[in-house]
Design a protein around this ligand. Structure first.
Ligand SMILES: Cc1cc2nc3c(=O)[nH]c(=O)nc-3n(C[C@H](O)[C@H](O)[C@H](O)COP(=O)(O)OP(=O)(O)OC[C@H]3O[C@@H](n4cnc5c(N)ncnc54)[C@H](O)[C@@H]3O)c2cc1C
Length: 390
């Protein structure tokens, strides 16, 4: 049996049953798109610190954005498996610049589930075409993990909200045309006073700060955002006022699964590349893989990546049935991100000095993977979530 994870339907743990043949056909299409429109340009985008808008439009016309969105609003009405395939291709090529999953699987679902009918019609078709790029702004300079401590406020005045405050570390922040801003509509009520409000990029008083310089994810734009008495219609509220925290909790499992799915594929692919490298690289007259220490490192890595593949696919299957719990999603994110970081560090070491060179994929993948332990809820917060169930 061929376990090459680069082949559709295969994994280190054997054939994958979580996908059907339509999914795999879609994978072919996504793979061709990446090879043509993303992989050849990604190194330049890393130098630019951002991807061009044109790749969003190309992805939109190729049907790679918002696969789960219903056809009525310009999506494909497909299941999360299609999104997972796009995430896996990002991991397989380590082309982390285009923030498609954040847009399609994190931002768009809030609007599709919670916006008014008019707002859905205003925004969703453009989001599926890649003309309107989405972002979500929770984190502020003074808080990230502790959402109830947020200081951005949205004061109601007649038919408008007036938003004041600032956000930071916002993915897609420079490119975003529409930002879901998490703000306090009842500042005295802690987490029960948070609302989600959509702010278009051209709203007066809304400015984008620096494209933040990071240690990895160099092609992905990450920004500060500032809101100075920004007025938006009350119709831009998502769902009900003061229910924002509940909506975030409801949608975060999918965000965490995105990170776990990416980790599973990343580990398989980087293992394969590291095995190839250590077979070729010679030291003391023999291939580096022939030293028992190195072979054992790779054997351990293979065993762990195999185990995580089974668990990640199990979580994916549960999510496809609508049964993924907050706890299991946190477990998948915690294990995937921590394991990926440990393994990538070993893989980099096995590449020696070349591992530290940006031209080698492992070095870039190592730096890119580091964020997995921090965003989407840090590993410590995942442990808190799991710990509460003990
Ligand atoms: C590249 C990048 C992209 C991002 N994209 C987005 C985005 O699109 N939108 C968005 O809103 N945010 C985004 N973030 C922000 C990210 O979600 C936060 O950085 C993260 O939630 C951690 O918050 P913090 O940085 O404020 O750390 P803090 O909350 O200040 O935490 C500092 C440390 O304390 C630990 N800690 C905190 N609370 C506890 C606890 N209860 N028990 C034990 N340890 C604890 C943390 O785990 C961490 O190790 C992004 C961040 C980065 C770096």
């Amino acid at each position: 049996m061929d376990t090459n994870p680069a082949l559709p339907g295969r994994s280190l743990a054997g054939p994958r049953t979580v996908y059907n043949s339509d999914h795999e056909m879609f994978r072919d299409q996504v793979r061709r798109f990446f090879e043509k429109h993303i992989v050849p340009f990604h190194r330049q985008w890393e130098r630019d610190g951002i991807v061009p808008r044109s790749v969003w439009l190309e992805a939109g016309s190729a049907g790679l954005l918002c696969p789960m969105l219903s056809e009525e609003y310009g999506g494909a009405g497909a299941d999360f498996g299609y999104s997972a395939i796009i995430i896996e291709e990002i991991a397989r090529t380590n082309c982390t610049g285009p923030g498609f999953p954040l847009h399609s699987d994190i931002v768009v679902p809030y609007i599709a589930d919670l916006a008014t009918e008019q707002r859905k019609r205003d925004w969703l078709p453009g989001m599926a075409r890649g003309e309107i790029i989405g972002a979500i702004a929770m984190t502020e300079p003074g808080m990230g993990s502790d959402l109830k401590a947020m200081r951005t406020t949205a004061r109601r005045e007649g038919d408008e909200y007036v938003i004041s405050g600032s956000k930071t570390f916002i993915s897609n922040g420079q490119l975003a045309d529409l930002v879901i801003v998490c703000a306090k509509t009842d500042p005295s009520a802690g987490r029960k006073g948070i609302s989600l409000i959509c702010v278009p990029a051209d709203a007066p008083g809304f400015t984008k700060g620096r494209n933040l310089e990071k240690i990895g994810l160099h092609a992905q734009d990450t920004s500060e955002l500032f809101f100075e008495d920004v007025r938006v219609p009350v119709a831009n509220l998502l769902g009900e006022e003061n229910k924002g925290f509940n909506y975030l909790i409801r949608n975060l499992p999918q965000e965490r699964l995105v990170i776990a799915v990416r980790a599973a594929m990343g580990m398989e692919v980087m293992l394969e590349k590291t095995v190839a490298y250590t077979k070729e690289r010679q030291a003391f007259g023999q291939p580096v893989i022939d030293f028992q220490h190195n072979r054992f490192k790779l054997a351990d890595a293979k065993a762990q990546a195999t185990m995580f593949r089974v668990f990640a696919d199990h979580c994916l299957a549960l999510h496809l049935r609508g049964e993924l719990t907050v706890e299991l999603a946190a477990t998948a994110k915690l294990l995937g991100a921590e394991m990926q970081n440990r393994l990538f560090d070993d893989f980099l070491q096995l590449h020696g000095g070349y591992g530290y060179m940006a031209e080698y994929e492992i070095g870039r993948a190592w730096a890119d993977a580091r964020i997995g332990r921090i965003y989407g809820g840090s590993s410590e917060i995942m442990r808190e979530i799991i710990g509460r169930t003990l």
